[in-house]
Design a protein around this ligand. Structure first.
Ligand code: LCS
Length: 392
C-alpha cells in the first residue's frame, strides 16, 4: 500500500497515451466524437460509460476524481463546480421532499443557508443541534430523518464532532452520513474509514490550495457516485470545467506537504495568541484548552491550519486588528498559501446568510476573528498579529 505523499503525486494520473505528456492534459472540450450513431446512442443510454458531454464527464475532471477518491479511501468520486455544488448534489441525491436532515449548528454559513432556507422550498427540512454532544443528535432524529450531516472541524469556531459516535447513531436509525472534510483534508482525517457514507469538500480550499479556483468534490461508493452523476449532477448541472479541475489536480500533488506546514504554523500562531494579553480566547483543536482536544487527538492526525480567536474589549477592538494587519490578508475563503483573516459575524456567517440569534446560539460570537494560517514563516505571521494587537 502506497503512502500518502506517493498517492498525492501519482494517484489518478498517468502520462498521456497519445503524446506522453507527463502533466495531465486539459481536455478543453464540451463534447466528444461518437464513432458511429449506434455508439452515440449506446453511450447516452449507458449513462456514464464512454465520453459524451463535459457536463457529466471529462478526462481531466476524471483524473481529479480518481485522485481524491484514492486520497479519501473511497471507491469513486464526483467533481462539482464548487463546494456548495458538491454539497447540494450529495444532499439532493440522498433526500427528497418530505425527508429530514440533522446537522451541527456550526457549519459553513452557506451550508446553513442551503439547509435552513433553500432545501425547505423542496420540502427537505433540517434540525440544527450542538453536535459536540451525540445525545443532542440522537434526540433530533425523527421518523423521516434520512441524513446525518457532519462538518468537523466546524467553520468557523473549530467545534469537533465525534465521527464514530455519529456513525453509530446513523447505523442505529438507518441514516446516510455525509461529512464535510474541508478543514481537515484527507491528510488529517478519513471519515470513510470511520464508517461515513459520503465525504464532501470545498476543493476551493486546501485541495486546490493556491486561492485560484472554485471547485467541490464528493467521494463515496461506486453506486452512490454513479447515481449522483446520472441524476442530480447531470440535470441540476453543477459540473466542474476542465481548467479548474486541472488547477485543483496540480494543487493536490503537494497537499500533504502543505497541510503539514499549515498545521505546524497554526499551532505556533495559536500558542502565541493564547499567551497574548490582548486575546481573550483561542479556538484551535491542537491546544489543550480546546474543549474537544482529546477527541481531536483521537480522530485527527494533526490539527490543521484553521483557528479563531476573540480579543478582549470586544468587536470594535477586533475590527481594529483586521484593519491593522499588513501580512495577513482581509478576505473570505481559506486553505490558501497566504494567511487570510476574516470576521465570520459580518462575512461568512453574516445576518443575510445565518440569522444573528442562530449564529450566537451556535457559539459564533460577534467579535470572533477567523484565521486561515498560511505557509509564510510563522515568525512573520506572529509579528504581524503582534503589531496589530499591540496597536488596539
Ligand atoms: N464547506 C466548508 C467547510 C466551507 O468552508 C465552504 C466555503 C464550503 C463548504 C463551500 O465551498 P465553495 O462553494 O465556496 O467552494 N467556505 C468559505 C469560507 O469560509 N469563506 O469563503 C467561503
Amino acid at each position: 500500500m502506497q503512502g500518502i505523499y506517493t498517492k498525492a503525486v501519482h494517484a489518478g494520473e498517468e502520462p498521456d497515451p497519445t503524446s506522453g505528456a507527463l502533466s495531465t492534459p486539459i481536455y478543453q472540450t464540451n463534447a466528444y466524437l461518437f464513432p458511429t450513431p449506434e455508439e452515440g446512442a449506446r453511450r447516452i443510454a449507458a449513462e456514464g460509460e464512454g465520453w459524451v458531454y463535459t457536463r457529466w464527464g471529462n478526462p481531466t475532471v476524471a483524473a481529479l476524481e480518481r485522485k481524491i477518491a484514492t486520497l479519501e479511501g473511497g471507491e469513486a468520486a464526483l467533481a462539482a463546480s464548487s463546494g456548495m455544488g458538491a454539497i447540494s448534489t450529495a444532499l439532493l441525491t440522498l433526500a427528497a421532499g418530505g425527508d429530514h436532515i440533522v446537522a451541527p449548528h456550526t457549519v459553513y454559513g452557506g451550508t446553513h443557508h442551503l439547509m435552513a432556507s433553500e432545501l425547505p422550498k423542496m420540502g427537505i427540512e433540517t434540525t440544527f443541534v450542538d453536535a459536540t454532544d451525540p445525545e443532542n443528535v440522537e434526540e433530533a432524529v425523527r421518523e423521516n430523518t434520512r441524513i446525518l450531516y457532519i462538518e468537523t472541524p466546524g467553520n468557523p469556531n473549530l467545534d469537533i464532532v465525534d465521527i464514530a459516535a455519529m456513525v453509530e447513531i446513523a447505523k442505529e436509525h438507518g441514516l446516510h452520513t455525509v461529512a464535510d472534510n474541508t478543514f481537515a483534508t484527507p491528510i488529517l482525517q478519513n471519515p470513510l474509514a470511520l464508517g461515513v457514507d459520503v465525504v464532501v469538500h470545498s476543493a476551493t480550499k486546501y485541495l486546490g490550495g493556491h486561492g485560484d479556483a472554485v471547485a467541490g468534490v464528493i467521494v463515496g461508493s461506486e453506486d452512490f457516485i454513479k447515481k449522483a452523476r446520472s441524476t442530480v449532477l447531470r440535470h441540476f448541472g453543477a459540473s466542474l470545467g476542465p481548467f479548474e479541475a486541472w488547477l485543483i489536480l496540480r494543487g493536490m500533488q503537494t497537499l500533504p506537504l502543505r497541510v503539514e506546514r499549515h498545521s505546524t504554523n497554526a499551532l505556533a500562531v495559536a500558542q502565541f495568541l493564547e499567551g497574548h494579553p490582548k486575546v481573550e480566547r483561542v479556538f484551535y483543536p491542537g491546544l489543550p484548552s480546546h474543549p474537544q482536544h482529546a477527541l481531536a487527538k483521537r480522530q485527527m492526525r494533526s490539527f490543521g491550519g484553521m483557528l479563531s480567536f476573540e480579543v478582549r474589549s470586544g468587536i470594535k477592538a477586533g475590527e481594529e486588528v483586521m484593519r491593522r494587519v499588513r501580512l495577513c490578508t482581509l478576505a473570505v475563503s481559506l486553505g490558501d498559501v497566504r494567511t487570510l483573516i476574516s470576521h465570520p459575524a459580518s462575512m461568512t456567517h453574516a445576518p443575510n446568510i445565518v440569522p444573528r440569534e442562530e449564529r450566537r446560539a451556535a457559539g459564533i460570537g460577534d467579535g470572533l476573528i477567523r484565521l486561515s494560517v498560511g505557509l509564510e514563516d510563522p515568525s512573520d505571521i506572529i509579528a504581524d498579529l503582534d503589531q496589530a494587537l499591540l496597536g488596539i
